[in-house]
Design a protein around this ligand. Structure first.
Ligand SMILES: *[C@@H]1O[C@H](CO)[C@@H](O)[C@H](O)[C@H]1NC(C)=O
Ligand SMILES: *[C@@H]1O[C@H](CO)[C@@H](O)[C@H](O)[C@H]1NC(C)=O
Ligand SMILES: *[C@@H]1O[C@H](CO)[C@@H](O)[C@H](O)[C@H]1NC(C)=O
Ligand SMILES: *[C@@H]1O[C@H](CO)[C@@H](O)[C@H](O)[C@H]1NC(C)=O
Length: 366
């Protein structure tokens, strides 16, 4: 006796979903790094401040290599699915079975060699671009699975994050003194790199991928301080830099188009666009509504003073630089990165909506 049509439809839809994820693999930059930057900076020894108090003050009570006062977005996602907080240090991870975090602070979407050759930067960058992270993933594979079949099976039940990426690329160009018209041509190049990484992971067997867009970087205390202007026309009603945010939005809309193309090409996958822009731009003017209550929403919690509490010569982590009393009342942590409170709010919006298309929890069966 055959199944009724309704029954077989339900059965079919179950075949195309997982009841939960079995592991998580994440690629990106400092917004989701759980320690790689600090590990890489130790050899050869580059002095960094992100491994000094008050980093980690809210949740861990000590610096962990996370570039915030506590947990970052992927930590909240890991907690939701019952995973241990993802270990960093791709090369040396002792247990990769439930996932690994390959994201590194400062990582670019485009290979760093490009920025060095084109003289956009006058110093040596850490070699941590998206391609390098994908290389670490390849190197780690034998400790996760041995045959192509086995790998495809493992990755088909994993949740992948590709991003956030792009902010560091754009910042290198902005900080080289370029104008909006000069930065804009980078957008399709950067988006293409991210889309290529997503496609490469799909070919390895990934089915569930979260692709975060760019935050409103024109509201970050660092960019506000570095590009401060007397011309009020450069600022929007919140006080953010219009040109930088316009490029971020352009990035996000091209990224959504690229995701649309991949969804058509790989209909068996679930590619989630995670909005990093609107959760922040919507809490900035009215932080109270979201439980973040910063007195001046454009100021960093931890920093060395100035209008935006960001000062290049006395940054968070340096001796004598202090944090605000209650980081959960601030949106921004150190001038670039957000507080744990902001990350929790974003993670919720990506898991349950409305800041992800589709929300991550919609991808699994309850
Ligand atoms: C991995 O371990 C090797 C050998 O102990 C060490 O040289 C290397 O720096 C480590 N890498 C990371 C990212 O920790
Ligand atoms: C970065 O590392 C990759 C992979 O190890 C290597 O192919 C590339 O040449 C390196 N780039 C730079 C600029 O050192
Ligand atoms: C892959 O094979 C090697 C050598 O046989 C073995 O040590 C390792 O545990 C295997 N990895 C997995 C994930 O099964
Ligand atoms: C920035 O920090 C330096 C070094 O601590 C200090 O001399 C300077 O006054 C600070 N600038 C502002 C605007 O606070």
């Amino acid at each position: 006796m055959g199944l009724t049509p309704v029954f077989s439809l339900l059965f079919l839809s179950c075949l195309h979903g997982v009841s939960s994820f079995t592991s998580m693999f994440t690629f990106g930059d400092s917004y989701i790094d759980t320690g790689n930057f600090v590990i890489m900076a130790a050899n050869p020894a580059i002095p960094v401040w992100q491994n000094k108090p008050p980093y980690g003050m809210t949740f861990f009570g000590r610096p962990t290599g996370r570039i915030s006062d506590g947990r970052v977005i992927v930590d909240f996602i890991a907690e939701q699915f019952g995973f241990p907080l993802l270990p960093a240090s791709p090369q040396n991870s002792s247990d990769a079975s439930e996932g690994v975090n390959f994201a590194v602070g400062g990582a670019t979407a485009i290979d760093v060699g490009f920025y060095e050759r084109s003289k956009l930067v006058q110093f040596q960058l850490m070699n941590n671009s998206l391609n390098v992270q994908l290389g670490w993933f390849e190197e780690l594979k034998p400790s996760i699975c041995n045959t192509t079949e086995e790998c495809r099976d493992r990755f088909s039940k994993a949740l992948f994050f590709v991003g956030e990426l792009g902010v560091n690329d754009y910042n290198l160009v902005w900080n080289a003194g370029k104008t909006e018209d000069e930065v804009k041509p980078y957008v399709p190049k950067i988006v293409k790199k991210i889309a290529m990484a997503v496609e490469r992971l799909i070919k390895e067997g990934a089915i569930y991928l979260v692709v975060p867009g760019n935050p409103p970087n024109g509201c970050s205390p660092t960019m506000l301080a570095l590009r401060s202007s007397l011309n009020t026309e450069n600022y929007d009603h919140i006080g953010c830099l219009i040109d930088i945010n316009r490029v971020a939005r352009r990035h996000n809309s091209l990224l959504r188009v690229a995701i649309g193309v991949l969804r058509v090409k790989y209909p068996h996958t679930t590619i989630i666009f995670a909005d990093f822009y609107h959760p922040i731009i919507s809490i900035l003017p009215n932080p109270n509504r979201f439980g973040v209550t910063g007195p001046d929403t454009l100021r960093a919690c931890c920093g060395g003073g100035g209008k935006y509490n960001w000062n290049a010569s006395s940054v968070c982590g340096m001796p004598g630089v202090t944090a605000c009393k209650d980081p959960s009342t601030f949106i921004n942590w150190d001038g670039v990165h957000y507080t744990e409170a902001t990350y929790r709010y974003i993670a919720k919006g990506w898991l349950y909506g409305p800041f992800a298309d589709p929300p991550i929890l919609n991808a699994i069966h309850h």
